[in-house]
Write a protein that binds this ligand. Structure first.
Ligand code: HEC
Ligand code: HEC
Length: 151
């Protein structure tokens, strides 16, 4: 075998090894980065049992977590990584994650107490949501946008 052929063979073996390694690792990578909301058929079990670190929403059916996460994402106009390190969903490494829990408490307090104290409202059960304040933004507006300049 010539020296060149030998080099070629070595690099071929190397490439094939890498490819096989990548294929073998694939299922592992999927388990990590696949559907983060996979409940393993336990959609009706409490989210606190199925997921690793669900506290505020622990009594909600696990199958509903996907809807809540997508809802928050839209309400705030952010992506999952505003509150999470992608793939490490149970971690507490973004301040926004705990803020979101506190915001759930704020929202329930307004719905469960504050609004009930106001008489003569039109709805039988008036309520607000994350979107009522956030409207697709991280920081809610406190005043209307400046009116268009008169011509
Ligand atoms: C506004 C912040 C926020 C956004 C945006 C958000 N999450 Fe979450 N996520 C949370 C909080 C808070 C919890 C824990 C809820 C609790 O403690 O009740 C959580 C929990 C989770 C869990 C459970 C992890 C575990 O095992 O404990 C998953 C999975 C998850 N989120 C996925 C997502 C995905 C995917 C997106 C994007 C579509 C997303 N989240 C967007 C705040 C957020
Ligand atoms: C009554 C109005 C109101 C409601 C309802 C509300 N928020 Fe907020 N939220 C605020 C205000 C005000 C801030 C503070 C913004 C700032 O930094 O000045 C805030 C901040 C946040 C932040 C921190 C954003 C950042 O800087 O990273 C998160 C996360 C958040 N809200 C999530 C939620 C979620 C999730 C809900 C629904 C469960 C919700 N909020 C409902 C008013 C509200």
């Amino acid at each position: 075998m010539t020296k060149q052929n030998f080099r070629f063979l070595i690099s071929l073996v190397f490439t094939v090894t890498l490819a096989v390694f990548a294929l073998v690792r694939q299922p592992d990578a999927n388990a990590q980065g696949g559907n983060p909301f996979d409940t393993g058929g336990r959609d009706d079990k409490p989210a606190g049992e199925v997921f690793k670190n669900v506290q505020t929403l622990k009594n909600m059916p696990a199958g509903r977590l996907v809807g809540v996460m997508n809802g928050w994402t839209k309400a705030l106009g952010v992506k999952c990584n505003h509150c999470h390190t992608l793939g490490a969903w149970e971690k507490e490494d973004a301040p926004a994650k705990q803020i979101a829990r506190d915001m759930v408490a704020l929202t329930s307090r307004i719905n469960g107490e504050s609004l009930k104290e106001i008489k003569n409202l039109k709805s039988e059960r008036p309520s607000i949501s994350c979107y009522t304040c956030h409207r697709g933004a991280v920081k809610p507006e406190t005043a209307p946008a400046a009116p268009a300049q008169p011509k």
